[in-house]
Each structure stands twice: as C-alpha cells, then as structure tokens.
Design a protein around this ligand. Sequence first.
Ligand code: NAD
Length: 417
Amino acid sequence: MDGVNARDAHYLEQAFSRLEICDDTRELIGGSYREIEFDLTLELDDGQRASFRGYRVQHDRNLGPFKGGLRYHPDVDRSHLRELAASMSWKTALNDLPLGGAKGGVTCDPRVLSKRDLREVTRRYVARLGNMIGPELDIPAPDMGTDEETMAWFYDAYGLQHGDQPAVVTGKPVALHGTYGRRAATGEGVALATSLAAERRGIDLQGATVAIQGFGNVASHAALRLAEDGARVVAVSDSGGAVYRSDGLPVASMKALRDEAPRRGDRPSVRDVAEGAEPLTSAELLALDVDVLVPAAIEHVIDEDNADAVRAGMVVEGANLPLTAGGSRSLEARGVPVIPDVMANAGGVIVSYLEWVQNRQGLRWSAEQVTDGMAQRMRASWRTLCDVADADDCGYRQAAFNIAVERINTAIALRGV
Ligand code: NAD
C-alpha cells in the first residue's frame, strides 16, 4: 500500500480484514490510480530561469471524479501527495460524496514568487495536465499556498484549452463562479464536528475550554465559530508561537486585525494581536489541560514522543494528518477520543462539492442554502460514524475507515472491476 501513510495503513488493514476484502481489491483501494509528474520551467519576473516540479496524484475514482487540493509548498513531493490523495478518497467516501480522491502540487515557495510568477506556474501546470483533469474527471481546489485567485487562474487557463467550464475547479472567487461560504467552510465544519462530539461526550460547550493550534484559514474560522457558540478559546498559535488567556482570547478582534493585513507579505503574528494574552510555545499549547484540543495547522504535530503530554479531554483533527500513527495509538490507548480529520475537516470538501453542483447546473445558491447543505451532510456523516463505532466497537478513526472502505468496495463490485 504505497499510497497510504503508516497511520492510515493500520486502520485500512483492519477495515480490509473486517470486510474480508480479497488481495486484488486491497491493492486497488490501497494504491494510486495514476500519478503524474512533470517539469515546470519558466522565466521569472526578475528575468531568471527557474524549474519547479509539478505533480498530480489520482488515488481513487470508483465513487466519482477525482477531487482534491492543489498545494504550492517547498516540501511538496510525490510520496506526501500520495498520502494526502488517499486521505481525500476516505474523506469523500465517508461523507457520501459522489467523488474520489486526489492531490496535486508544485514544489515551490509561493512566499518568494511574484503574483505574475505564480500565475505562470498555474497556467503551465494546467497545460501539462491537459486531458487528465476536467469537470467529470478530476476537480482540484485550493490547499496550502494556493487560494481563490489561484483557482481563478486555473479556471481561465483550462478554459483556453477546453472551452469555458467553471466546474473544473472549486474554491473560486464568488465573483467568478465560486460559492458563498467556501472560505469559512472548513473551520465552520470543524466547529460543528466539535459541538457534535462534545454533545455525545456530555461536554457542555458553553464555557468549555478549547486550545487550537494554528490561526490560518481553518483554525481562525473554527475559533470564531466556537467562541460565538460560547466556548472559551484559551489558546491559538501560528508559526511564530502560541498565546494563552485563561478567560478566553478575543478571537474576533484578533482575526479582524490579521485579515486587514495584505494577503501576501507580512501578516501580524498572533502574539501581535492577542490583547492581554501570555506567550506559550507550540509544545505548551498541545499540552494544555483543556476540554478540547484542535490541531488545525500542519501535519504530524502529535506523535509518539509528545502524545503522552496531551491532557485534553478530546482531540479534534482540524488539519489533515496532524496525528502520526504513534500519536494516534497512544491517545487511543489512554481513552482520549479523537475526531478524525476525514470527519472533522470535511466541511471544505462538502462545500467544494456544493460549488461543483451549482456550476454544473448554472445556478447560484444563497449563503444559507450552502451552510445548511454542509451542516446536514456533516450531521449525517457524524450519525453514521457513531453508529458504526458502536456496532463495530471501535474508535472513530477505525469506524471512518470501515465506512469508506465498504463504500469504495461496493462501488468496485458494482462496476464489475
Ligand atoms: P493556512 O496556511 O491558512 O494556515 C496554516 C496555519 O498554520 C497558519 O496559521 C500558520 O502560521 C500555522 N503554522 C504553520 N507552521 C506552524 C507550526 N509549526 N506551529 C503552529 N502553527 C503553525 O492553512 P489552512 O488552510 O488553515 O490549512 C490548515 C490545515 O488544514 C492543513 O493541514 C490543510 O491541509 C488542512 N485543511 C484545509 C482545508 C481548507 O479548506 N483550507 C480543508 C481541509 C483541510
């Protein structure tokens, strides 16, 4: 199972055994359908010639067209994208979306490239993929280092070759076939998953303490919603460190101050905008004695070395893959419930799906319709997840794999593959 990271391989194997899946189908579900890698050489704004590596990993297409983000980051490589592409397949399957899983990226540092350079990288990336993407084939979306503007360039570049097709990419600006609610969707969904899980655990979110790692798109929207719902968000962080305030951070004003800053360029750190807060290290944030811990920044932050230090009553994975295999098993062994990424941060792909549906119908729904559509789907996923966790007597992550694998396996059988 080359395409699956060590953490997920364990849960995937368990799901295969439970469903008595044959070796051939295991290979099919565990590995990538197709991996594309290419060179992107271009002349930069400053006249220098630069070469970047571009990738698209298409993992599974049995439930529908491939779907997954496009990442611009110096650490992008094929094996990492494989893990993320497979994770998208479990996420779309768990959330009952008629889509498969994929992930793509370019190994570059978007912080040092000009806007023109990034636009050129995007145009060439689209040209290289040619007929391997499309509204019925593979639909990218924003991820780390890409945003609405990147998706607008993507849509335009695809249209030059294939005719105007807004449904080729999601996460576009609202003014250019995007949907209301996409920007906040993942964080809003993380907050909803937190409240559903808290309800099941008998935790009253009113006044409950929450620590959130990160203050980017996902983390800041989750923080805002949780604070509005009455939780006490006592800590947040960014790459410069964390901040703590026992009576709750002023997350609304912190977010407003950061949003005022230019999108590219230096943003104030959370320490600059958190009034009355004390500084913490990122490690101290993860070890806070809180009701809920939400790692919502980067991957692999809780591993076997620091999992014992986690004192939170519950962990909600806002980021993709924030727990390693060791971290995940260590928390499970101590009975700390973990709401897996494929459930907790699914709001983003659900609203991307709703954007795709609108584009294919030539409609625009109201913000309320989109928010309600996302909430309904997340509630349904959560009910199924809890039912399977109870029936199979397992944790939430194992239940998520049992559901996803069963759905993909059924599609494979019905297709007669
Ligand atoms: P982002 O770039 O907006 O924010 C990332 C945040 O992490 C920033 O606040 C950054 O300062 C912080 N950070 C970076 N290094 C850190 C460190 N060492 N310690 C603490 N904080 C650090 O990204 P995002 O869109 O918010 O995505 C966050 C995570 O959620 C990623 O794993 C992403 O794949 C996942 N995710 C995002 C979406 C989406 O719709 N944006 C959807 C699903 C999953």
